[in-house]
Design a protein around this ligand. Structure first.
Ligand SMILES: [Zn+2]
Length: 377
């Protein structure tokens, strides 16, 4: 449920850090720094020199690695990645997986079907861009593997970052119910995917259950597991592909995995990624920074400490207006909450944090951030 902040990119250039020399001197003697990642979209109309200026600024503010969303054209990542490397930033390409705009190479029947028989192709749930593909289709798997392979093979790219690697939200996060005028106390067929022939017949072959004849499919645990496995299988295919090009693969996941399983069918503790970026967006769940610590702890435990967990933090772009904002997309961490959010993440085993997004950070955010990322909690 992210807004791609392309339109806000221009703002970034004018955002200025209060980069006081005192703090820089203080930290000069201290080698400790929390690894910081940032989700960022672009490049829009920015020239090479503007990109360099933007990236230099982010580097100076303490960002180490960009999770960069710039469409699916390898040439864009080659160009932007080269500049990121020049300023010393890591460069991961942030490209949505199961959500894909219709185009000639994607067949209409490859889009996921909900419990009412409606296709995400022409009747997407919630919002027009929710055009999710069906994970069972070999054509979909091949399309995705090819698309990521073309980008993974670029020298300028360090890693592939998956997003929307899931089904549509069968349950919406509590903080979003009012926005969409919904009460999602249980699974409803209009938001429950995928009931296409390939998925349902595959399930019947495996279990003997004809899910279309079941009155309440949400009561069939095998059907839930089957769909967790479909997404896990896609991750496995993409992981093999990206690794074969000598690159790492990671992904943005929902909190948990308990919440992720329940609301978007991500059993991500079974996945084969190199790093996990749970989107610990507390405001979407009407929770506080303490909760960020709890879900970070759950993530670290679920992976048995075998893979790094980077805690994704959702930043409030207009702190002074948060109280009047009805749209949860404009909520997020206030400057006075940011240190605590970072502290809760790190104390509970995170290997770093990821900002959504640097262009939502106000000057007040950057000021506390500058101290927080050089503190050992
Ligand atoms: Zn399907």
């Amino acid at each position: 449920m992210r807004i791609c902040p392309l339109s806000l990119l221009a703002l970034l250039i004018v955002l200025c850090v209060a980069c006081t020399s005192t703090i820089q001197k203080e930290v000069a003697d201290n080698d400790y720094k929390i690894p910081v990642y940032a989700w960022l979209g672009g490049p829009g109309e920015l020239t090479d020199s503007q990109l360099k200026e933007q990236f230099n600024d982010l580097k100076k503010k303490g960002i180490d690695v960009l999770m960069y969303n710039g469409g699916q054209d390898p040439d864009v990542y080659r160009r932007v990645g080269k500049i990121a490397k020049e300023v010393g930033l890591g460069f991961h390409t942030w490209i949505p997986t199961m959500v894909q705009k219709p185009r000639e190479e994607l067949k209409t029947e490859w889009y996921a079907i909900n419990g009412n028989g409606e296709s995400a192709y022409d009747k997407p749930a919630y919002v027009p861009y929710y055009q999710f593909l069906c994970p069972s289709r070999p054509g979909v798997q091949n399309f995705l593997a090819g698309m990521y392979a073309r980008i993974a093979q670029l020298d300028e790219v360090d890693a592939i970052h998956l997003d929307y690697i899931r089904f549509p939200d069968v349950i919406l996060a509590r903080g979003l119910w009012e926005k969409y005028g919904l009460v999602m106390d249980k699974e409803y067929p209009g938001y429950d995917y995928c009931y296409c022939d390939v998925c349902t017949s595959g399930f019947q072959q495996q279990t003997g259950i004809d899910i279309k004849s079941v009155e309440d499919p949400s009561q069939v645990p095998e059907w839930k597991q089957y769909r967790y496995d479909l997404i896990t299988n896609v991750v496995g295919i993409l992981s093999d592909t990206v690794h074969s090009h000598g690159k790492e693969i990671n992904g943005a996941v929902f909190p948990g995995p308990s919440i992720a399983k329940k609301i978007v069918r991500q059993e991500w503790d079974k996945w084969s990624l190199d790093t996990y970026f749970p989107m610990n967006y507390n405001d979407f769940y009407l929770e506080d920074t303490k909760w960020i610590g709890e879900v970070t702890n759950e993530a670290v435990q679920a992976l048995n400490g075998s893979k790094p967990v980077i805690s994704g933090l959702f930043i409030c772009p207009n702190p002074e207006r948060k109280d009047q904002e009805s749209d949860p997309e404009n909520h997020g961490l206030l400057p006075e909450e940011l240190t605590d959010a970072i502290k809760e993440s790190m104390k509970n085993g995170a290997a770093g944090i990821c900002l959504f997004t640097p262009d939502r950070m106000t000057e007040a955010h950057w000021q506390v951030f500058e101290k927080a990322i050089y503190t050992e909690y």
